[in-house]
Design a protein around this ligand. Structure first.
Ligand code: ACO
Length: 333
């Protein structure tokens, strides 16, 4: 059997500027109490103008490379997950590659929003196990706060999101000691695309960009909050159960669950449905907000660096988001 894929290095980067709920109160008609009650968020990080997701991803990549104790020239493939690329095209994979000075190697961009890290992890796992690549850099990075609607109409979304990035280095486990990625499961249902999307700009409009477009506000992300809450609370437990069954383990065998940090109320609902003690659920949304594709690897890095996740622990990742897309990964550390 081919060796499993292991994470040999991990790092994250948050832009230094912290925006609290009280800061948002000054910007729009909201309150610290409303935001904390509905989402569990107290503060999040914002980039300064001029900083893109490739910049945050690059910083995270440097930290992951250092953590893996490799030379960056050993990286033979890049996968980048984001819903907020610096440009309409190209994606940020090549931009991170250029910043690292790694011209020539392949760079794949993954567009699966909140489930982006799990989709990218699954792709990396296949490449490593079939021996296509030996050292993959996976970057998940988001800059969302520059395109949120801070008016009353968009405040349901605007209070949730923050900026940030994380990166991992993935390699084959040459020791073959049973550590590594045990499974990934991916799902989607495009019938619900408009429940959570940024509709415009769209090449379906001809011309794509017009003065009228600016008046519509349809270039801001929009969400049907109730539907997202309902589906996220159903699909994440469901895909965790599928993963447990696949690995022939029970929820009692799981040491840590890292749900996508969408909203703390969703994370607590997922924990309740799965009947996993809340102490086993890793939650950092109070300080970081929702960083979409970056949320799971940021939480993972924090937990590893704090020593909360130890060698041998079984960690289950699960995410749900725009698409709809959802998925899970089981990793033995
Ligand atoms: N501050 C103050 N009031 C607000 C804010 C805000 N930031 N946002 C919305 N409101 C108002 C609405 O305008 C509405 O006012 P109205 O009643 O006068 O019309 C009211 O609050 C709605 O509040 P609720 O009664 O709590 O409404 P509901 O039960 O529908 O909950 C909510 C809305 C909180 C968005 C809920 O649907 C939810 O938590 N959904 C989860 C969505 C989520 O967190 N997604 C994460 C991002 S997506 C992802 O990562 C997967």
């Amino acid at each position: 059997m081919s060796p499993k894929t292991i994470i040999t290095g991990i790092g994250h980067f948050l832009p230094p500027k912290v925006v609290t709920n009280f800061d948002l109160e000054k910007k729009m008609n909201t309150s610290d109490e409303w935001i904390r009650q509905r989402s569990g968020i107290k503060e999040r990080h914002y980039v300064e103008p001029g900083v893109g997701s490739s910049d945050l991803g690059y910083e995270a990549a440097l930290r992951a490379i250092e953590d893996a104790k490799i030379d960056k020239s050993e990286i033979d493939f890049i996968i980048a997950a984001t819903l907020s690329p610096d440009h309409y095209f190209p994606g940020i994979g090549v931009l991170v590659q250029a910043k690292l000075g790694l011209s020539g190697i392949g760079a794949l961009d993954v567009r699966n929003q909140c489930t982006g890290f799990i989709y990218a992890l699954s792709a990396a796992d296949q490449y490593i196990r079939n021996q296509t690549y030996k050292k993959i850099l996976l970057v998940a990075a988001e800059v969302q706060t520059s395109n949120l609607d801070y008016s009353d109409e968009g405040r349901d979304m605007a209070v949730l999101f923050g900026d940030g990035a994380a990166a991992v280095i993935l390699e084959p486990n040459e020791k073959n000691d049973n550590r590594g990625i045990l499974s990934t499961h991916l799902f989607s249902d495009g019938n619900y695309a408009s429940d959570l999307w940024m509709e415009k700009p769209s090449p379906k409009d001809n011309p794509t960009f017009s003065k009228e477009l600016l008046d519509t506000g349809r270039f801001f992300p929009k969400m049907d909050g109730r539907n997202v809450f309902k589906n996220a609370s159903i699909k994440m437990p469901e895909v965790v159960q599928i993963a447990l069954k696949h690995n022939n383990i029970t929820i009692e065998d799981v040491d840590h669950l890292i749900p996508h940090q969408a909203n703390d109320r969703i994370s607590l609902m997922v924990a309740k449905i799965l009947r996993i003690p809340v102490e086993k659920v890793i939650r950092n949304i109070d300080r970081i907000g929702n960083t979409t594709a970056a949320s799971i690897p940021i939480a993972l890095d924090e937990s590893l660096k704090k020593g909360r996740i130890k060698e041998g622990d079984i960690v289950v990742l699960t995410a749900f988001g725009s698409g709809y897309t959802w998925g899970s990964a089981v990793i033995r550390f």
